[in-house]
Design a binder for this molecule. Structure first.
Ligand SMILES: CC(C)(COP(=O)(O)OP(=O)(O)OC[C@H]1O[C@@H](n2cnc3c(N)ncnc32)[C@H](O)[C@@H]1OP(=O)(O)O)[C@@H](O)C(=O)NCCC(=O)NCCS
Length: 265
């Protein structure tokens, strides 16, 4: 393993090894584990298959989506790198995540992020309609609605997923953690660049709403249920409606250390 963490190949070997053991522990899921993980020869093939099967519909066959996802993976190394770092983020930050394969198989937030990575690639390659298909099916299937033009970094965790909405001109930098019910939206009073800019290492707690082209500074925390309408300084915690500064974010990396605060998961 390098200093930057495990490679995609190392992640894939771990996933396969742990899945072999889980087949024996839970025979009811044996064929599920085979078709989703063990029959694949690469991480990218498994990811493409899982997302395509979830997002296919009566009029768009999973097989067609699979080839689009593979095309995206083949033409941009950044996409798979992002997928690997999102997987590690979920494993490291979510105490409920016991296996590396769990986000891939079961976590809506993780799968929605990977679908967005493909939609974003389609968007920048001017395939806007197909990008919107991915956005729309991701919203229906995983409950996460991310505009394909939104710019997301790496090592993002969207925990639980349900009810997350991320608008068109939003920017989310690396290593941000986002819980269910988060909205990054416009105020309805601005056009053009009208969505939040979330800097590195931020924690956006459950059901927090950030509106307008405001900046959430590096390593800040937004408390559960807050409505943020103004810029938030680096390393501070804001809470309430409208959100006000309530203290310093007590940790250097709130998004990473989120698991220490959440009990009973
Ligand atoms: C904001 C949060 C991350 C704690 O951050 P923190 O920097 O450690 O803040 P503190 O706990 O020291 O709280 C600072 C102040 O804000 C208040 N506060 C904290 N969370 C608040 C919230 N959601 N709404 C309103 N006020 C809040 C505290 O009561 C405290 O006020 P006081 O100084 O008058 O006592 C935490 O309260 C939170 O919202 N966690 C949610 C995580 C989550 O989404 N979990 C979902 C799991 S499914």
């Amino acid at each position: 393993m390098s200093k930057e963490g495990p490679s995609i190949e190392e992640i894939w070997v771990t996933i396969q090894e742990e899945t072999e053991k889980r087949v024996q522990a839970e025979p009811v899921l044996a064929s599920f584990f085979h078709s989703t993980i063990l029959e694949h020869d690469s991480f990218s093939s498994a990811v493409a298959d899982l997302i395509a099967n979830d997002l296919g519909s009566s009029s768009v066959q999973p097989m067609l989506l699979r080839s689009v996802i593979k095309e995206a993976f083949d033409s941009s190394k950044e996409i798979l790198k992002g997928t690997g770092s999102d997987l590690l983020a979920a494993k490291e930050r979510d105490p409920a995540c016991k296996y590396l394969s769990e986000p891939l198989l079961f976590f809506k937030g993780f799968k929605a992020l990977q679908s967005h990575r493909v939609a974003s690639w389609l968007w920048v390659n001017s395939r806007h309609t197909l990008a919107h298909y991915f956005q729309s099916r991701t919203s229906e299937v995983y409950g996460v609605d991310i505009h394909p033009a939104a710019k997301l970094g790496e090592g993002i965790m969207i925990d639980h997923g349900t009810g997350v909405v991320i608008g068109e001109t939003s920017v989310i930098e690396d290593n941000v953690s986002i819980f269910q019910g988060v909205t990054l939206g416009g105020t309805g009073k601005e056009d053009g660049d009208r969505h939040p800019k979330v800097r590195e290492g931020v924690l956006l707690s459950a059901a927090s709403t950030v509106l307008g082209n405001v900046e959430i500074g590096k390593n800040a925390k937004v408390a559960a249920g807050s409505v943020v309408l103004k810029d938030v300084k680096e390393h501070t915690t804001v809470a309430g409606v409208p959100a006000k500064e309530v203290g310093e974010a007590g940790t250097k990396r709130p998004a990473h250390d989120v698991d220490h605060m959440i009990e009973g998961k």
